[in-house]
Write a new protein. Structure first.
Length: 649
């Protein structure tokens, strides 16, 4: 073993201190989050994973179809629920604690990367142990720990933290060659990649680095004995076999239970269409008429594909339908698609924060998150560091390659803050490396290299600071935050408890509605013709008890988007409240034709049918509502009122 490598192993106290500090800061953020009144409320994609996990917990392991959404995190949650129980605040605390520990491991990996790269480029093996590289590593780790998106996604029900840690562990193994000495280790790396791929498939883009590590020549100071070509080929084959072994729960279910040839999940075609169809912006763009929620989007994509085919489809056929639409557009508009790829690359490096679930803004405004550097600053330093790494033929090239591979994984779909978060550790490491090279140049009075680095940093800062003028992008974050605040207020208003507790909930709900109005008005100022924003403003008025104002917002929504099911349903609700039965029947029937899986719409339509005197139709639609939600109390109460004399309930 080389002296430098022995010296690196004398620093366990650094790793221990960084791990402890990182996990304590994450737990501190979690404690702030737990103080919020809506700590345990699930919204958006978090609710999608939670509901799926609850179904698994109750024994619904499959719906008989291939997975339409990556299953790994849902089954992981179900396992936590089984062990910890269904007391959700407690379960969330335990899971967020585990994810905080995973984030601390990521911080340790960042430290090890930065220290190793700087050590190899700053000293000879025979010289005394350096302290500066370790300090550079500490700064790099702290930058990640205080990065706001990393803070946010570590404490919510999302698999992002698992991907980030696993991806950079794979890169560390590739850079150091730690797994290349044994086929068993290669198998283990493959299994790790496969298991994590069932949560987020972009980790599969770490495989090229792992394969390259098996064959690339190593420098003598790296103390990695290159295996023979034959043994490297064996390890490569074992690595790929490990990936298939790790993903086996998914493809065994799809191939042999669902009888559908899908490796992981069949929703890739929909994502491909959203990222490459007409009007694509490089960010997620929900097709017009589809529901924006994760579950609604998936259901609508299946429904639309089956309506186009005229018969039920397997999930692979649904995916092929959307992929074919995207490919047809690409081949017929090659120039526009090439420009779109350029837009996606710009979006990846841009300082603009596109958080499609807007949890970062929500937590920042509630004082949960700590202050840290923006993505634009980190990207500017990281991009300049990547250029220096390739020029100097440094070990940092492994990190730069990992960042570029992760970017390539996103170019086939779209860019969001949580998707590009996996590149942030690499950008921080490259930024630390850049500062290290700058410090060495200044220390040795090498003014030309120092000036070149400064000019490069200015250029990358300009490249990453540009922002999009599209008002729809600027309206998204306040819109999403406002919708979440509406959901929080509605949950607080519907909560039971003592008179004192209800009064406290009403006070908190009023405050949330005030925040929601501020955000939705800001979104409306950016984009006044968006039906989703108009619908949300209608919901805000409805929550405040102003039915006349709510109706005006819903009518404007229908004028712009006649098939907006939510607005039609809520207009039907207002009609039922006003006992305008014919109008209620019209609005609710139209809503049900668009959104046939909404139990509340069926229930309201049943009440409208009763008002019109059509009890037979009322029973039919109410039975459909009960089929979807058999234990809903108000559904059962209305069913009793429809029973004939002597008929058993």
């Amino acid at each position: 073993m080389a002296p430098l490598e022995r010296r690196n192993r004398r620093f366990p106290r650094w790793e221990a201190a960084i791990f402890a500090g990182a996990i304590l800061l994450r737990l501190f953020i979690l404690s702030r989050f737990a103080e919020l009144p809506y700590f345990a409320q699930q919204m958006g994609d978090m609710k999608f994973y939670h509901d799926w996990a609850v179904r698994i917990l109750h024994g619904q392991f499959t719906d008989g179809h291939a997975f339409y959404g990556l299953p790994g995190y849902a089954y992981l949650l179900a396992g936590f629920y089984r062990v910890v129980g269904t007391d959700f605040p407690l379960t969330w605390l335990v899971l967020a604690g585990v994810q905080s520990a995973i984030e601390a491991v990521t911080a340790v990996l960042i430290f090890k990367f930065a220290r190793r790269i700087c050590c190899y480029e700053s000293i000879e093996p025979s010289k005394p142990r350096p302290k500066i590289p370790a300090l550079v590593g500490v700064i790099a780790s702290a930058t990640y720990v205080f990065f706001a998106p990393a803070q946010a996604f570590s404490i919510i029900l999302m698999p992002t933290a698992w991907l980030v840690c696993a991806y950079w562990f794979c890169v560390w193994q590739a850079m150091t060659g730690g797994f290349t000495r044994s086929w068993i280790r290669s198998l283990g790396m493959g299994v790790l990649v496969g298991v994590v791929a069932m949560m987020i498939a972009t980790i599969l883009f770490a495989i090229p680095l792992l394969l390259l590590a098996l064959f690339v020549p190593r420098k003598p100071e790296e103390d990695v004995t290159p295996p023979s070509r034959r043994y490297s080929a064996l390890c490569a084959a074992v690595l790929i076999a490990g990936v298939f072994l790790g993903t086996s729960p998914a493809w065994i279910h799809n191939y042999y239970v669902a009888k559908d040839p899908v490796l992981l999940s069949a929703h890739g075609g929909l994502n491909f269409w959203m990222g490459n169809g007409p009007g694509a912006t490089g960010y997620p763009k929900i097709p017009e008429g589809m529901r924006p929620s994760q579950e609604g989007l998936l259901k609508d994509s299946i429904k639309w594909a089956e309506e186009a085919a005229g018969h039920p489809l397997k999930r692979t056929e649904v995916s092929k339908y959307w992929s074919a639409k995207a490919n047809a557009y690409i081949w017929s508009h090659p120039g526009e698609w090439i420009r779109l790829m350029g837009v996606k690359i710009r979006n990846f490096w841009n300082t603009f924060q596109y958080d499609d679930i807007s949890v970062i803004t929500l937590l920042r405004e509630r004082g949960v998150l700590l202050s840290g550097l923006s993505f634009g600053t980190i990207a500017a330093f990281g991009l300049a560091g990547a250029a220096v790494a390739f020029w100097r033929r440094s070990q940092a090239r492994w990190v730069a390659a990992a960042v570029l591979l992760h970017m390539a994984a996103l170019l086939s779909v779209f860019i969001t803050e949580r998707y590009r978060l996996a590149a942030v550790p690499g950008l921080i490491i490259l930024g630390a490396y850049l500062l290290w090279r700058l410090w060495l140049s200044l220390k040795s009075h090498q003014w030309a290299p120092a000036g070149a680095i400064a000019l490069l940093l200015i250029a990358t800062s300009l490249a990453t600071s540009a922002s999009s003028p599209d008002p729809s992008l600027w309206s998204l974050d306040p819109y999403n935050v406002g919708v979440k605040e509406l959901a929080i207020a509605e949950t607080l208003l519907a909560a039971g408890g003592s008179v004192e507790q209800k009064a406290a909930n009403h006070t908190m709900a009023t405050e949330e509605l005030r925040h929601a109005e501020r955000h939705l008005r800001r979104a409306y100022a950016w984009l006044q013709g968006n039906p989703g924003i108009l619908f949300a403003l209608g919901n805000l008025a409805l929550d405040r008890g102003d039915q006349a104002q709510a109706r005006q917002w819903y009518d404007r929504t229908i004028e712009i988007s006649p098939t907006y099911a939510g607005a039609l349903k809520n207009l039907g609700f207002l009609d039922v409240e006003a006992k305008q039965w014919a109008a209620a029947d019209k609005h609710l029937t139209a809503a049900l034709q668009i959104e046939s899986d909404n139990a509340t719409t069926c229930y309201l339509l049943a009440k409208a049918k009763i008002g019109l005197g059509d009890r037979a139709s009322a029973r039919a639609v109410l039975d459909e509502a009960l089929r979807m939600k058999p234990a809903q109390p108000e559904f059962l109460e209305l069913r009793k009122s429809l029973l004939s004399p002597g008929e058993a309930p």
